[in-house]
Ligand binder design. Sequence first.
Ligand code: HGY
Ligand code: MN
Ligand code: MN
Length: 413
Amino acid sequence: MTINRERLWHRIIELGSIGQDAESGGVTRFSFTSIERRAKDQVTEYMQQAGLIVREDSVGNLIGRYEGLDEHAPAVVTGSHIDTVAQGGMFDGALGVLAAIEVLQSMHERDQRFKHPIEVIAFSDEEGSRFGFGMIGSRAFAGTLKQADLIYYDEQHITIAEAMRSAGYSPEHIDQAARASSDIKCYVELHIEQGKVLESLNQPVGIVTGIAGPLWQQFTLTGQAGHAGATPMLMRRDPMHAATAVLDFIYNEVRQFKHGVATVGKFRVLPGGINIIPNEVQFTLDLRDIDEADRNELEQRITEHAQRVCTELNIDCNIELLQRVAPAPSSPHLIGVIDTAAQQLGMKEIPRLVSGAGHDGMQFQALCPIAMLFVRSKDGISHNPKEWSSIEDCEAGADLLYYTLKQLASESY
Ligand code: HGY
Ligand code: MN
Ligand code: MN
């Protein structure tokens, strides 16, 4: 008894075409845009076809509810996100939402009902691509999103609050999206691995033991613009010289940490002229580790080195914190339930692995136990138009989600 894999696959391709670049095949669906609205309307249609009660909350979380037999029982929650990075793939986030809808539609078609209701949620702005501040919907769901968070702005200087309002949501009522812990039993998310572990083990699916925590910072180094030809090297205040020393330190120091990873994903030089010594260099830093103490230690070493270099070179150094998310361990009970579901499906010893990527469940680990299932990523590629998972692996992941949700919705704890 499994899911309808053709229907799931058709929806992955159909949703993936919304915001897809004809040339590169990359998908770009930023939060609170008209493209994302089209994607939400399409997913709303899928949820209705699955017989779910569909609503959007005050921050745009799209929620499909499959009622249970006990109307007071807390909900088993699943889902992911349908916003993407720039030029991303068709599976990141979307697979978790579409597989969950497919599972509930298969349950609905077999008239299966359980003690607990099941909700599938497409959380608003998981990626943080547009505003440099992510997991907006899951923070609101957890009741931790603050008005002060809504001031982050995009490249057109539109704030999160303004973008929400223009998309028809009410930023002044973000508190209405918050859910009580008595309302939620647990959260299980299906997601592509976005790395190479499952492929190296030749396994279609895996269980996530914990999610590494992302720390995002923006460095702004300011010196003095000048003539590239007429200014002797010793008389310069060149922020590019400082930036290269800081980046070199980052890429070397991170190697001291077993699970540490560091990424400089955005880099800007002002005013940006071939014969002008820059006035300002700005770059972002994404630091991750499953061990929070290690991540804090690395952060501190980088900050101290940046300040030292900038003092030596007479450069102003400003480091702005964009987001700091604690690593999130998976619930041992939920891992056990997933293991049992795998055995029911005849899946051999499915591997356990850490998620290097961040996910919505991190935001509400205080609200309820969380866990994740991973589906193999071809060549470990993600955040890239070449992101790919096979129909067989997507089906295996959805089947495992089906059996897991069935157990969780039937348990009477
Ligand atoms: O950045 C991440 O880890 C996720 O893709 N939002
Ligand atoms: Mn992503
Ligand atoms: Mn994702």
